[in-house]
Design a protein around this ligand. Structure first.
Ligand code: TEU
Ligand code: CA
Length: 602
């Protein structure tokens, strides 16, 4: 039978058309631009990171859990944050405290049940807050069933979910226990957690790749089945009502399958060498097309290895990849490699100015100086001495909440929690520390006292000590005799109960700052300008949106400073300060040590 001609079909459609009036959906008009920015909720958000293991224990086992978080939602709402970033809550053997996921659709037993998660999420929504969860898909746990299967045999259906390679012949290799010559790893890739990034597996006499711990094998994103698995687990959480993802080391997901040796330069900063693989952008755009584009979500990538100049290629609103990323420039401005070096203010200020130059109205920024991988902000960028801990913590909060970009606060910083007084390796939990100790101290490369002294400044465990809720035993974090990680002994002076009760506390000052940012879009969408970039102790900048102009003045030094304003800067009134300061309007500002002020300009 001859198929109907196109004319016949067109006529048939013409006849049918009036019966099915098609209302072309007129999409709601996009809200008007503000200072060139497309306004969105995640640009106007203030995010608070919760590290569940250390936030609040509800059942007395010494480990933070999800019902514990739910019990503190009013505390977070009162602070004024409106997005919570939850570090991994999934089933995990905790080789890397949850960043080694064994089942992406199951809640870690120590943290509670899926019903607990649903109750927490409902509680967050009832308080008009949102939740983003941690997406850790560069690697899984070696106990994930994909890897359990993959390592069984070379022809297992899951073999190519991971990277397996033959070792290199070892010219000095002696026969192994099975009589076969031992081999060397396939290339010289180092692990972030010391040693080689390749682990030999005797079951199939091949090596598998793990950029992080041996128990964190890297997923092979070149395998479309892996990508589909990831998109499916993302939809699982989004369909539960989660509002987005923080994406763990997402720039590392695409590898060069040839795994060439790193050059000496690349070895010096292998995080950069591992990032930006051949298909990173393809996979992020595919992920966006398949998942994010179908939801109203917020995505922030932990962009290890991405330079500021490369940032617009990931966050540009015309790129359809991620909404924003964490750059490591500011937070690691006080390091040389793994070693601590006191932060230098002009260096930090130059970073923020550079961000304002490189990230235009189409590339949104983030602002943060702490998280679960870094030491406490007041000990690192402020001054945690008894005299200046409170003013400097407030000054840092003033900076984070008035700079350009979505601010991310870390649990406990609103209390001015400090680094922990580590004394010996036994005080640490972090696998990164334990592996580095074996690789550097037990081998005699670094003296133990030097190693521990540096860790007091740099260790991730500094920010993982349990939240200090009140002055009772273990800071009210747990009723167990011993929390999973020791509470900082200064909980008797530094705790939430005291902070919430004290109208002049860091907590209540931070709440005022958040309210100020929420009330004035100049702090969100306003232009940023550093007034005195070379000044070694004063950070002074404006935020301008139309006729709304604010001046932020921060004295990053313990000494008083008399600062004379440029004649072009005309103060209208004092809006906030972290000390009882005069509201007298003068052209010379007499700033006390660690004093912060916000002025409204004429
Ligand atoms: O962090 C990656 C990363 O950049 C950190 O490992 C950091 O470079 C290192 O700790 C140096 O201090 C993410 C997670 O935030 C971290 O907690 C995980 O350990 C890691 O990935 C592996 O998932
Ligand atoms: Ca618990």
């Amino acid at each position: 039978m001859k198929p109907p001609s196109l004319t016949t079909i067109a006529l048939a459609l013409a006849v049918l058309a009036p019966m099915a009036p098609v209302q072309a959906e007129t999409p709601a008009p996009a809200p008007a631009l503000i200072n060139g920015y497309q306004p969105t909720w995640w640009k106007e958000a203030v995010v608070y990171q919760v590290y569940p293991r250390s936030f609040k224990d509800s059942n007395g086992d010494g480990i933070g859990d999800i019902p514990g978080i739910t019990s503190k939602l009013d505390y977070l709402q009162k602070l004024g944050v409106n997005v919570i970033w939850l570090s991994p809550h999934y089933d995990s053997p905790n080789a890397d405290n949850g960043y080694d996921i064994r089942d992406y659709r199951k809640v870690m037993a120590e943290f509670g049940t899926m019903a607990d998660f649903d109750k927490m999420l409902a509680g967050i929504k009832q308080r008009h807050m949102r939740l983003i969860v941690d997406l850790v898909v560069n690697h899984t746990s070696d106990e994930h069933h994909w890897f359990v299967e993959s390592r069984k045999s070379k022809d297992n259906p899951y073999r190519d979910y991971y990277f397996w390679r033959d070792g290199k012949p070892d010219p000095a290799g002696k026969p192994g226990p099975d009589g076969k010559p031992t081999t060397l790893p396939p290339n010289n890739d180092p692990s972030f957690f010391s040693g080689s990034a390749w682990q030999f597996d005797p079951t199939t006499n091949q090596y598998y790749l793990h950029y992080f711990a041996v128990k964190q094998p890297d997923l092979n994103w070149d395998n479309p089945k892996v990508r589909e698995e990831v998109y499916s687990l993302m939809r699982f959480w989004l369909d539960k009502g989660v509002d987005g993802f923080r994406m763990d080391v997402i720039p590392l997901i695409s590898k060069n399958p040839a795994f060439p040796d790193l050059t000496p330069d690349q070895l010096h900063n292998y995080g950069n060498a591992y990032a930006n693989g051949p298909h990173m952008h393809d996979y992020l755009q595919e992920m966006n097309r398949n998942v994010m584009a179908k939801y109203d979500v917020m995505t922030v990538g932990e962009a290890l290895g991405i330079s500021l100049e490369q940032t617009p290629l990931i966050v540009g609103d015309n790129r359809h990849e991620l909404n924003m990323i964490f750059n490591f420039d500011a937070i690691r401005s006080n390091r040389t490699g793994r070693d601590f070096k006191p932060a230098d203010l002009p260096t930090l200020k130059a970073i923020y100015t550079r961000h304002a130059e490189v990230l235009d109205t189409h590339s949104w920024d983030t602002v943060f100086l702490s998280n679960h991988d870094n030491p406490r902000i007041v000990s690192t960028f402020g001054d945690d001495s008894p005299e200046f801990r409170v003013p400097s913590a407030k000054l840092l909060a003033t900076m984070l909440l008035t700079l350009r970009g979505t601010p991310f606060l870390y649990q406990g910083d609103e209390l001015g929690m400090t680094n922990y007084p580590f004394k010996s390796i036994a005080d640490f939990d972090d696998i990164e520390v334990k592996n580095a100790y074996k690789a550097n101290v037990l081998t005699g490369k670094i003296p133990e006292d030097v190693f521990i002294a540096n860790l007091r400044h740099t260790s991730r465990d500094n920010s993982r000590t349990p939240m200090q809720w009140d002055a009772s035993t273990n800071g009210g974090f747990t009723t167990a005799a011993k929390p999973w990680l020791a509470e900082n002994p200064n909980y008797t002076q530094i705790n939430a109960a005291a902070e919430v009760a004290d109208s002049n506390s860091i907590y209540n000052y931070t709440a005022k700052l958040i309210a100020l940012r929420r009330a004035h879009q100049a702090f969100v969408y306003g232009d940023y300008k550093d007034i005195d970039p070379d000044n070694k102790s004063i950070f002074i900048y404006t935020r301008t949106l139309g006729t709304e102009r604010y001046l932020v003045v921060l004295n990053f030094s313990p000494g008083p400073v008399a600062y004379t304003l440029p004649t072009s800067v005309k103060i209208n009134s004092l809006v906030m300060s972290n000390l009882d300061t005069t509201s007298l309007i003068t052209s010379t500002l007499n700033l006390a040590g660690w004093e912060a002020r916000i002025y409204k300009l004429q």
